[in-house]
Design a protein around this ligand. Structure first.
Ligand code: ADP
Ligand code: NI
Length: 215
């Protein structure tokens, strides 16, 4: 194994351990799919591979859905990276990139200018919220937080801030409130095409869903 592979193997083990009790769809399998799409999307660009792939695996370990104490988790992830030999400036670069890519952060602070690695990571993370896996993850997330599958008396909302985004909705509303907005937000052309393909499937799924539900 070369040095990059050794470092990544240690990061993977760390993430696997930290996300092992994760029950909202932000588990190690999600991290692996995000890393896979980061590699695929990065082919067309000059990127810092170590930063990108480390970010792909670590991106949900400091998220407020996954951990109750974000600042403690951030300190622990930083200490882990330092133990692997990452310099402090590089640790900060990585943690800043991860913090910037989340949808809730975008709602809280507006669209951030992202590095190429941040753009690719955000695209890859968002692809995993779409398509067949996206449907399953939204239902899994909704079940975890006690959201109804669907309720036609609850209107679709437009989110302006993080607090309204984190308010309970329904799984079906979440498709309209966030997921269908993602293709237009993709940075790379390849991710945009794939996102549109996945949204098409989700719209067909919803047609069938309503045919079965609305009698
Ligand atoms: P980000 O990481 O960009 O801030 P989230 O972590 O909030 O975005 O969303 C990631 C995943 O969680 C997505 O797959 C999404 O479908 C799911 N999710 C987030 N909020 C809801 C919700 N209210 N209902 C169902 N699924 C949700
Ligand atoms: Ni994610």
């Amino acid at each position: 194994m070369d040095q990059e592979a050794v470092v990544l193997a240690q990061i993977k083990d760390f993430v696997k351990e930290r996300l092992q009790n994760e029950g909202t769809g932000h588990d190690f399998d999600h991290a692996k799919r995000v890393a896979h799409w980061c590699e695929a999307l990065a082919k067309e660009y000059q990127v810092d591979r170590e930063l990108l792939l480390a970010g792909a695996y670590l991106h949900d370990t400091i998220d407020d859905k996954v951990t109750a104490d974000v600042s403690k988790a951030t300190t622990e992830v930083a200490a882990f990276l330092r133990s692997l030999g990452f310099q402090t400036a590089r640790v900060n670069q990585l943690l800043t990139m991860i913090a910037q890519i989340s949808f809730s952060k975008e709602l809280a602070e507006g669209r951030q200018p992202l590095s190429i690695e941040g753009q690719i990571l955000q695209d890859a993370d968002r692809l995993d919220a779409l398509g067949a896996i996206g449907i399953m993850r939204a239902a899994y997330f909704g079940g975890h937080f006690g959201e109804p599958i669907y309720d036609k008396t609850i209107p679709v909302q437009i989110y302006h801030d993080k607090a309204s985004y984190r308010k309970k909705s329904t799984v079906v509303n979440h498709f309209h409130e966030k997921l269908f907005l993602l293709p237009a937000k993709m940075h790379t052309p390849t991710a945009k095409i794939e996102a549109e393909r996945r949204v098409k499937l989700m719209k067909e799924f919803l047609k069938e869903f309503h045919w079965e539900w609305d009698f």
